[in-house]
Design a protein around this ligand. Structure first.
Ligand code: ADP
Ligand code: MG
Length: 271
C-alpha cells in the first residue's frame, strides 16, 4: 500500500489525521438527536483524492456524521450539531454560508437511487443550470455529456437522453445520480451505502467508478460491507457507539488495527 496514506494517530488527543493536507477537517464534533448523543467528540482529517470508508455496526453514527459534512442534518429538526467542520479551511457551519452552494460543493449519493422525475438529460443539467455553470445550451450539453461519461453511463443512454431517468435500471439510476453530483464539479462526494439496493454486477460497476473518481475527488463512503471497504477505499474509519475508534490506511485497519475494538469488529466478534 502506498505510504502517502499513512495515518498519524496523535495519542495526546483524539484527533486522527493523515499526512496529506485535509480537504475535510472536523474537530470535536458532537451530534445529538434530542437527548440521544449520536456522535461523541469526533475529530478527523480526511485527505483529497482518496476514498475514505466509514465502517462499523448499524446505529454507530456513520450516516449521522456523513450528513453533517454537507449539512443534510439541518433538515432533521431534532438534530443538533456542535463542533467545527471545515472544508478547505472554511467553516461549513458559518451562519453566512449558503447551504445550497455547500451542497453543490459537497455532493451526496444515497442508498436508494433517487433521480428526479425528469429526463436523463435534465437530471444532470439541473445543477449546472441553477448554479449558472453554463453560458449557453451547447456548454450545458457538453457538461451533461462529460458528466455521464465520467459516471460510466453515457454509452448506455446516449440514444435516449430525453427518456425519464426513473426508467433506467437500479444500477444505471445510481450512476445517473453520481453523474448529477459530479456535474456541478464538487470538491467532495459523500455516498451513504450507495450499493445496498443493487445487485452484484451493478455494485461492481459502481465500485469501479468510485475507483476512477478518486483521481479527482475526495470521496467518503459509508458501507456496511467490510469487503466493499477493503475493495474501494484507501483509508478506513471504524465507528463504534458514536465514537471514531480508528482511522487509517485500509490495509492496516484490516490487517493490523491499533485498537482492540477494531480488531474484534473486523474479525466478526460483534457487529
Ligand atoms: P449508522 O448509519 O451507523 O447505522 P445512524 O447515523 O443512522 O447510524 O444512527 C446513529 C444513532 O442515531 C442511532 O442510534 C439512531 O437510532 C439515531 N438516529 C439516526 N437518525 C435519527 C433521527 N432522524 N432521529 C433520531 N435518532 C436518529
Ligand atoms: Mg447509516
Amino acid at each position: 500500500m502506498d505510504k502517502k496514506f499513512q495515518a498519524v494517530v496523535t495519542p495526546a488527543s483524539p484527533r486522527i489525521m493523515t499526512e496529506r493536507p485535509p480537504r475535510i477537517d472536523a474537530k470535536n464534533v458532537n451530534i445529538h438527536y434530542g437527548e440521544k448523543h449520536a456522535i461523541k467528540d469526533l475529530s478527523i482529517s480526511i485527505p483529497d483524492r482518496a476514498v475514505s470508508a466509514f465502517i462499523g455496526p448499524s446505529g454507530c453514527g456513520k450516516s449521522t456524521f456523513l450528513r453533517s459534512i454537507n449539512r443534510m442534518n439541518d433538515t432533521i429538526p431534532a438534530c443538533r450539531v456542535q463542533g467545527d467542520i471545515r472544508i478547505d479551511g472554511s467553516d461549513i457551519y458559518d451562519p453566512s454560508l449558503d447551504v445550497v452552494q455547500l451542497r453543490a460543493r459537497v455532493g451526496m449519493v444515497f442508498q436508494k437511487p433517487n433521480p428526479f422525475p425528469k429526463s436523463i438529460f435534465e437530471n444532470v443539467a439541473y445543477g449546472p443550470r441553477i448554479h449558472g455553470l453554463a453560458e449557453d445550451k451547447a456548454e450545458l450539453e457538453d457538461i451533461v455529456v462529460k458528466s455521464l461519461k465520467k459516471a460510466g453511463l453515457f454509452e448506455e443512454v446516449k440514444d435516449r437522453l430525453n427518456h425519464p431517468g426513473t426508467g433506467l435500471s437500479g444500477g444505471q439510476q445510481q450512476r445517473l445520480c453520481i453523474a448529477r453530483a459530479i456535474a456541478v464539479s464538487p470538491d467532495v462526494i459523500l455516498m451513504d451505502e450507495p450499493c445496498s439496493a443493487l445487485d452484484p454486477i451493478a455494485t461492481a460497476k459502481i465500485e469501479e467508478l468510485i475507483d476512477e473518481l478518486r483521481q479527482n475527488f475526495c470521496i467518503v463512503i459509508v458501507t456496511h460491507s467490510m469487503q466493499q471497504a477493503a475493495r474501494v477505499s484507501q483509508l478506513t474509519a471504524f465507528f463504534h457507539l458514536g465514537t471514531l475508534v480508528e482511522y487509517g490506511d485500509t490495509d492496516e485497519i484490516f490487517t493490523a488495527p491499533q485498537e482492540k475494538r477494531t480488531q474484534d469488529y473486523i474479525t466478526g466478534r460483534f457487529g
